[in-house]
Design a protein around this ligand. Structure first.
Ligand code: C2E
Ligand code: MG
Ligand code: MG
Ligand code: MG
Length: 294
């Protein structure tokens, strides 16, 4: 029997790994069902602000999975899993549809009209026909491309497997989507790519914000990035701003957009509506008016 062989060899005699044996595979299979039913997935939105006037300048859509048994699972945990098991395209499509539906709803609801930024995974850019997919979605929901911004991480754009991503980026930009580099400064940073790629905005990673204003090196990096971006005509948004001191530093350094727990955590759409819709609720549309993807 398998047992007599001992050691790792016994593994060969076991049936193929199934859900009971491997919690990761169980999670993948749960994610597959979640994508079919759709009702465990949510997009939450984190507001972006002018640091001084506090004016709302944008929102980032962040994916949430409310697992029926395990509770909220962080995207940092399930997105890599989706990528490894071929579910990223479907997940990415769900995000695009949902964000467009939400934007269309908000454009007609008295909410402040700002760009919604969505995170795009490397695989969506390498494999899918993202341009056509986005164009189709915009058309169905009656949106302009400027109303849906795209966030891509540095590592996506510099991934060697991907080859030259600049034509893809160029196409998305030509279509009218604002483009941001996410987690700026944490990848294999090469400043040359900023010159070569069509980019509108860099999102300064919160690793550089965390220790402001005391850490001299971080203060110098943030100041330098802001100066460089200004010279290149790029916008900069600081991520992960949590304290008044950080906000003050960023105002003085000339940063014009910030995002972080200081202003708001990512919130479900209903919470944002409570906060941002005019008190006169007669302006609100009934829930049924929310267009569903066909
Ligand atoms: P990201 O795009 O850099 O998003 C920012 C992350 O920082 C979010 O974590 C947000 O909740 C968190 N954050 C915002 N403000 C603060 C702050 O002041 N302090 C701290 N400590 N954290 C803050 P979240 O929602 O867990 O998302 C993690 C990552 O998962 C995202 O990083 C993004 O890379 C990925 N992700 C999220 N949603 C999507 C999606 O729809 N598609 C793809 N492809 N990736 C997504
Ligand atoms: Mg992002
Ligand atoms: Mg980021
Ligand atoms: Mg990140």
């Amino acid at each position: 029997s398998a047992k007599r062989l001992g050691g790792n060899q016994s593994l060969r005699f076991r049936p193929a790994l199934d859900k009971q044996d491997n919690p990761q595979l169980a999670l993948v299979s749960d994610l597959r069902s979640a994508l079919v039913s759709g009702d465990q997935l949510e997009l939450h939105y984190q507001t972006q602000h002018h640091p001084k006037s506090k004016e709302l300048v944008g929102m980032e859509a962040l994916l949430r999975w409310r697992h029926p048994r395990d509770g909220m699972i962080s995207p940092g945990d399930f997105i890599p899993l989706a990528e490894r098991h071929g579910l990223m395209a479907q997940l990415g499509t769900w995000v695009i549809e949902k964000a467009c539906a939400q934007q269309a709803h908000w454009m007609n609801s008295g909410m402040p009209k700002v760009t919604i930024w969505i995170n795009i995974s490397a695989l969506q850019l390498f494999q899918g026909d993202l341009e056509a997919q986005l164009a189709g979605c915009l058309k169905r929901f009656g949106l302009k491309a400027s109303q849906i911004g795209l966030e891509l991480t540095e590592s996506v754009l510099l991934d060697e497997r991907a080859g030259d991503m600049s034509p893809r980026l160029e196409a998305l930009h030509t279509q009218g989507h604002p483009i941001a580099i996410d987690d700026f400064g944490t990848g294999y940073s090469s400043l040359a790519y900023l010159k070569r790629l069509t980019v509108d905005k860099v999102k300064l990673d919160r690793a550089f914000i965390r220790a402001l204003p005391d850490d001299r090196a971080d203060a110098a990096i943030v100041t330098a990035v802001l100066a460089m971006a200004k010279g290149m005509g790029l916008e900069v948004i600081a991520e992960g701003v949590e304290t008044e001191e950080q906000r003050k530093f960023l105002i003085d350094a000339g940063c014009t957009m910030i995002q972080g727990f200081l202003f708001a955590r990512p919130l479900p759409p209903e919470e944002l509506e409570k906060r941002w819709l005019p008190v006169d609720t007669s302006l609100r549309e009934p829930e049924e008016a929310l267009q569903q993807p066909s």
